[in-house]
Design a protein around this ligand. Structure first.
Ligand SMILES: [Zn+2]
Ligand SMILES: [Zn+2]
Length: 443
């Protein structure tokens, strides 16, 4: 009887406790990462050197007020380079997703059998290792091909993750049909506004721990300038490219605000922003409209960093405002994110970026003073290859990598980026890209 009374009292006590403290929502089980890639941001724009159609300067604060604000609380990487030789989109996304050079993807139009990821991607590894399920990893992209290269096929049903690119998604057909408020503006690509609306609709209900977002309007508007010029000999103007960049900067702010207003993400999420390539620096009045040509045509006559010099910004727990001195590649982004998520990424060849994964580590010692930043090691002329190729279909066997120079200096976003005044030197094969020598690697 005494035991019965004790058990009854204990049970009543437990009930009282559970009534007094209503169940709290479960805290997220780890850090989250959101990667936002804005397509085709030229160095002149993110470097604060752009001009409008009348040749008047366009200030950095006019184009990227949100990026500048985030820069004050995160790590800015002005010495990032693409890891592919083509300077076009698909090879860049293939490398970013897989954390390594994807040798068979050298243009936006690879052969059908190669139009896929050839290695496991960051999204797959995160889904599998963290057992995140379909909702736990999401890719939401304006450009349709990104869903196709986001995974090494075949993907087991239980290892699928949410992919929404262009006008299609792999979500099981639900009661909520896809909605497009600006359909078919860019012929096949979803507008960034519709991509953003998709994000607003899907992210709160799925809460992915890894979210990859692609915004493509700026690149579309730049190409539109070239198309109208070619077909009608009319001037469309850089105004529209700049407007798209302003819009994407605004959307970046909306994404940040959405993350910070959601307890699942607030103060627990890294935001990494980058671009897939720059734009041409050929001496052509409309050079900003295209990209990829600098590798195919101009590299043999003059140095050109327009396509390959890109940026990154990382904001998140433990990160404070600083400009990273290290020289990095696109292929380093996925291993960095893998480290932040606490997963392994054995097939990647990139290395975690120290300024992000070890923000408290001692600052690397600066080596060399006064030399301009170096983005490229230019390959020697290749007489066997034709000098011109159609933009977007560049095929080269020479990788474009930052020069293995210890003299790379940190750049401020308002400083111009100059190509290295160095003679061309050979580079290695695509299969084994040479990593840039980084002062960060030699403390
Ligand atoms: Zn692109
Ligand atoms: Zn493009």
């Amino acid at each position: 009887m005494r035991i019965f009374s004790f058990v009854l009292a204990l049970w009543l006590g437990l009930c009282a406790v559970s009534q007094a403290a209503p169940p709290q929502p479960e805290p997220p089980a780890g850090r989250n990462v959101v990667l936002v890639i804005i397509d085709g941001v030229r160095q002149q724009e993110w470097g604060g050197r752009s001009v409008d159609d009348a040749g008047r300067p366009v200030r950095l604060s006019e184009l990227f007020p949100v990026l500048l604000k985030l820069q004050k609380r995160g790590v800015w990487f002005p010495n990032l380079a693409i890891s592919n030789p083509a300077g076009v989109s698909l090879p860049a996304y293939a490398d970013i997703f897989a954390g390594r050079r994807q040798e068979k993807i050298l243009s936006n139009h690879p052969p059908v059998e190669d139009f896929r990821s050839h290695y496991p991607t960051l999204m797959q590894e995160a889904q599998k290792q963290l057992r995140l399920g379909f909702d736990g990893v999401s890719l939401i992209a304006s450009w349709a091909p990104l869903c196709q290269i986001a995974a090494l096929a075949p993907v087991k049903p239980e290892e699928e993750f949410f992919r929404s690119c262009g006008f299609k998604s792999n979500a099981p057909s639900t009661l909520e049909p896809p909605l497009f408020f600006k359909p078919e503006v860019y012929g096949g690509s979803r507008t960034d506004i519709d991509t953003f609306v998709e994000l607003l609709r899907e992210v709160p209900k799925r809460h992915p721990r890894l979210l990859v977002v692609h915004l493509g309007d700026a690149d579309e508007e730049a190409h539109l300038h070239a198309r109208i010029q070619r077909k009608l000999s009319q001037h469309y103007g850089i105004f529209h490219y700049h407007q798209a960049l302003r819009q994407d900067d605004y959307l970046l702010g909306r994404i940040w605000d959405a993350l910070q207003s959601d307890p699942f993400y607030r103060d627990n999420t890294y935001l990494i922003v980058t671009t897939d390539h720059g734009r041409d620096t050929a001496e052509d009045p409309a050079q900003w409209a295209s990209h990829g040509r600098c590798i195919a045509e101009k590299i043999r006559t003059r140095p050109c960093s327009g396509c390959s010099g890109v940026f990154a910004l990382a904001v998140g727990p433990g990160l404070t405002a600083k400009t990273a001195r290290g020289t990095y590649l696109h292929t380093d982004l996925a291993p960095t994110i893998a480290k932040l998520l606490g997963i392994q990424f054995p097939s990647a060849t990139g290395k975690p970026i120290r300024e992000i994964v070890e923000p408290a580590a001692r600052a690397p010692q600066r080596i060399g003073v006064g030399a301009p930043p170096v983005y490229l090691t230019l390959p020697p002329p290749l007489p066997a290859q034709p000098l011109t190729q159609p933009a977007g279909a560049v095929s080269s066997t020479q990788p474009v990598l930052p020069a293995a120079s210890p003299s790379a200096q940190p750049m401020q976003p308002t400083q111009p980026v100059q190509p290295a005044p160095q003679p061309p030197s050979p580079v290695s094969s695509l299969a084994a890209p040479v990593r840039p020598a980084s002062p960060a690697a030699t403390p």
